[in-house]
Design a protein around this ligand. Structure first.
Ligand SMILES: Cc1cc2nc3c(=O)[nH]c(=O)nc-3n(C[C@H](O)[C@H](O)[C@H](O)COP(=O)(O)OP(=O)(O)OC[C@H]3O[C@@H](n4cnc5c(N)ncnc54)[C@H](O)[C@@H]3O)c2cc1C
Length: 504
């Protein structure tokens, strides 16, 4: 039985890991994770990702060791590291999940595939969740997705076959196993000090999911919209799905079990039913969006509908970009959301959409620039969702309704008393709840009483809402009516559109 090498990437788990289970049925298993400086030093990476990954790997390695296997940690170019290992050890096959990553990991996977073919070394890449590689058509995708979710989870081996060179109980000699590199070694940037650190690892993933399904999720449908409630009442499993400490199938099946259990409970809170339906739907959206990047990797850089390529300037206005990114646009709710995101590594969907809408419409910044700039701040950064959503919220898919958020309305709807604003924009602490959403409109006397010196303590609005809104709308609608835009919209719809009731 030859040695089976399992290459972990964004699938840092033992359970429901098909390549691991399949490899274990062929022979002794050795795991490897490669810290690639090229990936970690890219603009979309951040030290928070590294910290989370290291926690996941620490737990994964201990779990693999308990079962008689080992996880090697290596730093460097993936192909070089794999070659070195395959050269030194009697590796019979390489296993991994198909990864729907960014342009760098896409190119790296192609290089590794070519290397394995040329060596030759059997390289088995298995489908990750419901995202299909080389998909011909979106017809039937949703049905196929559901089949994948309903299929039995891959079982984690209780005990791996003994490794050929070491005593199976202790695994590989510690020095050979390797340590994770430091952030400095990887040149990974740290954009902000996080106030709340989400723990990595399979155990944390399952605890988070369990507390959502048992308790936190009851008011999910309502609570998800406001940043006052979403931090505790959304599932918060996104970093676990992004780094694979939890599979989409595990989450989906757990939601189905919980829904069945609630059905049998006569006095269950009726809100649970809607909560479970909405949660399961979002797990499907996840793969639906990732499928778009899988099918068309160019959407990381180019609009879905090419007619939108020159809609906005290619370069971002540096002052506007900095004001947006640093939470000093003079729009209190926008600034509060941005500052919260940077401190917590997370913000809820609606507020992400508003932040992007504000950048793309009010500030007319190119989404290619803002998407890369915001990616490091999301602990759950998932390229497939990220770029699709950035384009959707910037109006460049050609197929979605143009939605320009009114930041004042969002603030008044989602944070009526300005509690969230005051938490994150302390400059406005003494401004009344009525005025805190638009302090520039405050009567002079009130401004004096609050002690706020607008323009010094807190900026004036960076743009006038009504003017920016009108200009953006005019430009968008003028382009949408062109023949090129309409023709391309039909192509995008055919290639990427959901065949079920519109979910975008
Ligand atoms: C501009 C923008 C960028 C985004 N970038 C990312 C990203 O990089 N990574 C990421 O995981 N999500 C992203 N999202 C989607 C969404 O905001 C997050 O998935 C969600 O806030 C994560 O929190 P949660 O796990 O508590 O979600 P829940 O509401 O509890 O949902 C459960 C899971 O469903 C999936 N999901 C939820 N909403 C969506 C959605 N609208 N589209 C696709 N999948 C969804 C996620 O995997 C999520 O973890 C983005 C949204 C926008 C508007």
């Amino acid at each position: 039985m030859s040695l089976q090498l399992v290459w972990f990437k964004r699938d840092l788990r033992l359970h429901d890991h098909e390549p691991l289970a399949a490899a274990a049925s062929r022979g002794p298993v050795l795991g490897i994770y490669i810290f690639e400086p090229e990936v970690f030093s890219a603009p979309d990476a951040d030290a928070q990702h590294l910290t989370f990954i290291v926690e996941c790997l620490t737990e994964l390695r201990s779990r693999l060791r308990k079962r008689g296997s080992e996880l090697l940690l290596r730093t460097g170019d993936a192909q070089e590291q794999l070659e070195r290992l395959v050269h030194a050890l009697p590796v019979g096959a390489l296993w991994a999940h198909e990864e729907t990553g960014n342009g760098l990991t896409y190119a790296r996977d192609r290089r590794v595939r070519a290397w394995a073919k040329q060596r030759p070394l059997p390289f088995h890449e298995l489908q990750a969740g419901g995202v299909v590689r080389r998909l011909d058509s979106r017809d039937g995708w949703a049905e196929r997705w559901e089949q994948v979710m309903r299929a039995p989870r891959a079982r984690a081996p209780e005990r791996f076959a003994a490794l050929p060179w070491a005593d199976a109980a202790s695994g590989v000699d510690a020095p050979l196993a390797g340590d994770p590199p430091s952030a400095t070694e990887l040149c990974v940037k740290s954009y902000a000090a996080r106030v709340h650190v989400v723990r990595g690892g399979e155990r944390a993933a399952h605890d988070t999911l369990a507390s959502f399904l048992a308790l936190r999720g009851v008011d999910y449908r309502r609570a998800m919209s406001s940043p006052l409630t979403a931090f505790t009442e959304c599932s918060r499993i996104s970093p676990h799905l992004a780094f694979g400490t939890l599979s989409g199938r595990q989450a989906w099946q757990a939601a189905q079990r919980r829904a069945a259990e609630l059905k049998a409970l006569p006095d269950a809170d009726p809100r649970w039913r809607g909560a479970m339906t909405s949660f399961a739907a979002r797990l499907a959206w996840r793969d639906h969006f990732m499928q778009k990047l899988e099918s068309e990797p160019r959407i990381e850089y180019e609009p879905f509908a090419r007619a939108y390529a020159n809609l906005r300037p290619r370069e971002a206005d540096p002052e506007r970009l900095a004001a947006w990114l640093e939470g000093r646009t003079g729009y209190p709710f926008v600034d509060a959301c941005m500052r919260a995101l940077r401190a917590e590594g997370w913000i809820n969907f609606r507020m992400r959409a508003m932040l992007v809408s504000f950048a793309s419409y009010h500030l007319w910044l190119p989404w290619q620039v803002t998407a890369k700039a915001l990616a490091p701040h999301f602990l759950d950064y998932e390229p497939g969702i990220h770029y699709s959503q950035f384009q959707m919220q910037s109006g460049t898919t050609g197929i979605n309704t143009v939605r320009i958020y009114n930041p004042y309305k969002q603030g008044r709807d989602q944070d009526p008393a300005g509690v969230f604003i005051k938490r994150w924009v302390p400059e406005l602490t003494d401004v009344s709840s009525d005025d805190v959403h638009a302090p520039h409109e405050m009567p002079a006397l009130f401004a004096q009483m609050s002690g706020l010196r607008l323009g010094r303590d807190y900026p004036h609005p960076i743009v006038d809402h009504a003017t920016a809104y009108r200009d953006a709308k005019e430009k968008m609608f003028a382009l949408r009516e062109t023949v090129a835009a309409r023709t391309q919209a039909a192509v995008v719809l055919e290639r990427h559109g959901s065949r079920r009731a519109r979910r975008e």
